[in-house]
Design a protein around this ligand. Structure first.
Ligand SMILES: C[S@@+](CC[C@H](N)C(=O)[O-])C[C@H]1O[C@@H](n2cnc3c(N)ncnc32)[C@H](O)[C@@H]1O
Length: 244
């Protein structure tokens, strides 16, 4: 077991508020943007086994379980794992970091990272680990904040006097960096990385891109939906490990 501090990016201190706030339906991004296309890809993958990396309190593990997939959830924060086990007593939940997966080689049909790559410090170790535990022919399914959104959120909104619009400027896009963010009683660090950072890590593993999408909201409060007029907030990608 990795001796790292599970609170290094704030998730252990924030776990209580996260578990209380996210609810079984999920927040706006999950409920109205990501769940439907993520579930569609899980169905299409026809996986028997899945690993959900950075599973939090296990919401998406339970969705996959309901689709008949034998799912293992992994998270470094004990309070998240405890909450996941409480809501899914027969499920498998592991305490660990994405950078050092406590799993056998070529074990899973599907590896999922649902809004966790932005939280993972060592993506250069985590992506090879995801590929290692995947069976040949298996898929890695990723939902992440878009790199436009993470670049923009580190700068903050600007009011344009000429047009009376709220603009979301980008800045230092090519520079990977992390910053603290606070909302709804959470205080966590998130990474901004250019999209090329993620693409290159998956390409280096010899994986094949089988999906790339910037999904739009399907319903939800209009003020949240309107944000998507300016930039994609979320992105999805799916990578396949070649069959040998
Ligand atoms: C935004 S939450 C997402 C939880 C869940 N995937 C969901 O969508 O509800 C990010 C999760 O990533 C976990 N995390 C942070 N660093 C990690 C790491 N190095 N390896 C694995 N998980 C990590 C956090 O503990 C947290 O539970």
């Amino acid at each position: 077991m990795d001796q790292r501090d599970p609170d290094e990016n704030g998730w252990a201190s924030s776990a209580g508020n996260w578990i209380e706030g996210v609810g079984d339906a999920g927040d706006f991004s999950r409920q109205f943007v990501l769940d439907a296309p993520m579930i569609a890809r899980v169905r299409q993958a026809a996986a028997s086994t899945a690993l959900d990396i950075g599973c939090g309190e296990g919401r998406f593990c339970r969705r996959m379980r309901d689709l008949g997939v034998t799912t293992t959830g992994l998270d470094p924060v004990s309070a998240m794992i405890d909450a996941a086990k409480m809501q899914d007593p027969h499920g498998q939940y592991l305490h660990g970091f994405a950078e050092d997966l406590p799993c056998h080689d070529a074990h899973f049909d599907l590896v999922v990272s649902y809004l966790s790559l932005i939280d993972i410090d060592g993506t250069d170790r985590a992506v090879p680990e995801m590929a290692r535990v995947l069976k040949p022919g298996g898929r890695i399914l990723v939902a992440n904040l878009s790199s436009f959104a993470t670049s923009s959120s580190m700068i903050g909104r600007r009011h344009c006097k000429d047009t009376d619009e709220i603009l979301r400027p980008l800045g230092r896009y090519l520079e990977a960096r992390k910053a603290w963010f606070e909302w709804d009683g959470l205080r966590v660090q998130n990474w901004h990385r250019p999209l090329s950072h993620y693409m290159q890590l998956f390409l280096q593993q010899g994986l094949i891109l089988t999906l790339f999408d910037e999904p739009k909201p399907q319903g939800g409060p209009p003020e949240r939906v309107n944000n998507y007029a300016d930039m994609p907030y979320l992105m999805m990608m799916e990578w396949q490990k070649p069959s040998v």
